[in-house]
Design a protein around this ligand. Structure first.
Ligand SMILES: [Zn+2]
Length: 301
């Protein structure tokens, strides 16, 4: 029986996969001895069955890497967002609510050995003391302010009773309680240092930082416009501009619209913490956004 080429072609796939019976194998082998076309077909199928391994896996590897990177970015993004939320919540809970002067907030105890003790009431969560020499060299002048926080009211009470004001035995000339509401400071111990009133001004240092950050992002923005055609510079600038932008956002998250602070140190560290988290969040967001916009045609010329 003469077997047609078509029948051989039908069973060739099975033959290549080693799934044909011995009879079929014999038929195929017998046929290709005399049929050059089917022999060619078989060889083609064999080379197709065994493709070069690494070139075929490379795209898969790329997809795997992309997925891994995406997963990592998502993890970083969620960690950073959680960080920002946690810090902002902490900042809110520990925001000092300044206590205006009242008899109960702080009382002064003078001991025989010259030390002066400050006794704070339970409502006081924290206090700040500024010390400077009196003009007439009679000793030091102290400015005290106190505050309460939601954290201390609701979660853990502070024990601030009996804090020593002059641990090294400095002469205490006068102690003022400074009111943060803009009213005059109250003399609570010693002699008045001036005829006029004493007022403590909040530090404005944080406002300068914000202004600097805004100015810096504007310069980067101008750079972005100028170098919009230069991909390398543009990429670098995009990363840099996120630094001041993060700082400004962090400032408003921590401080709201008020820049004046009596606790510049605390506020600044909180802002930095949020700014760093925000920076990496924005960076990850930018990368994801970039990848999405890659789908658009790159060259529009
Ligand atoms: Zn044939």
């Amino acid at each position: 029986m003469k077997i047609s080429c078509n029948v051989i072609r039908d069973v060739l796939p099975l033959y290549v996969e080693n799934m044909a019976s011995q009879d079929t194998r014999d038929l195929v082998e017998e046929h290709i001895v005399s049929c050059e076309n089917c022999k060619k077909q078989l060889e083609e199928m064999r080379t197709f069955e065994e493709p070069p391994v690494d070139t075929d896996i490379a795209p898969l590897k790329n997809i795997q890497n992309t997925l891994r990177r995406k997963k990592l970015q998502t993890i970083i993004l969620s960690v950073m967002v959680t960080m920002v939320l946690a810090v902002v919540t902490m900042a809110y809970l520990t925001t000092p609510e300044y206590i205006s002067y009242n008899e109960n907030a702080v009382s002064i105890i003078e001991k025989d050995d010259g030390t002066v003790l400050l006794n704070f009431s339970e409502e006081v969560s924290g206090f700040n003391v500024e010390q400077y020499p009196a003009a007439d060299n009679s000793g030091y002048v102290y400015d005290i302010t106190t505050w309460e926080t939601i954290w201390n009211q609701e979660i853990s009470k502070n024990n601030l009773e009996n804090t020593v004001l002059n641990p090294n035995g400095e002469a205490v000339a006068s102690i003022y309680y400074y009111n943060t509401d803009g009213s005059e400071n109250t003399l609570i111990y010693g002699d008045p240092i001036t005829d006029g009133s004493v007022m403590t001004l909040p530090r404005l240092v944080l406002s300068y930082y914000v202004l600097f950050a805004i100015g810096f992002s504007m310069i980067c923005g101008i750079g972005l416009v100028i170098f919009r055609k230069n991909e390398k510079i543009r990429n670098g600038l995009e990363r840099i501009i996120l630094v001041p932008i993060s700082y400004v956002f962090a400032h408003f998250l921590i401080k709201g619209l008020h820049s004046a602070t009596y606790l510049a140190g605390r506020d600044f560290y909180l802002i930095l913490l949020v700014a760093i988290s925000l920076y990496f969040t924005l960076l990850a967001g930018r990368n994801i956004f970039k990848k999405l916009s890659f789908k658009k045609p790159e060259r529009t010329l």
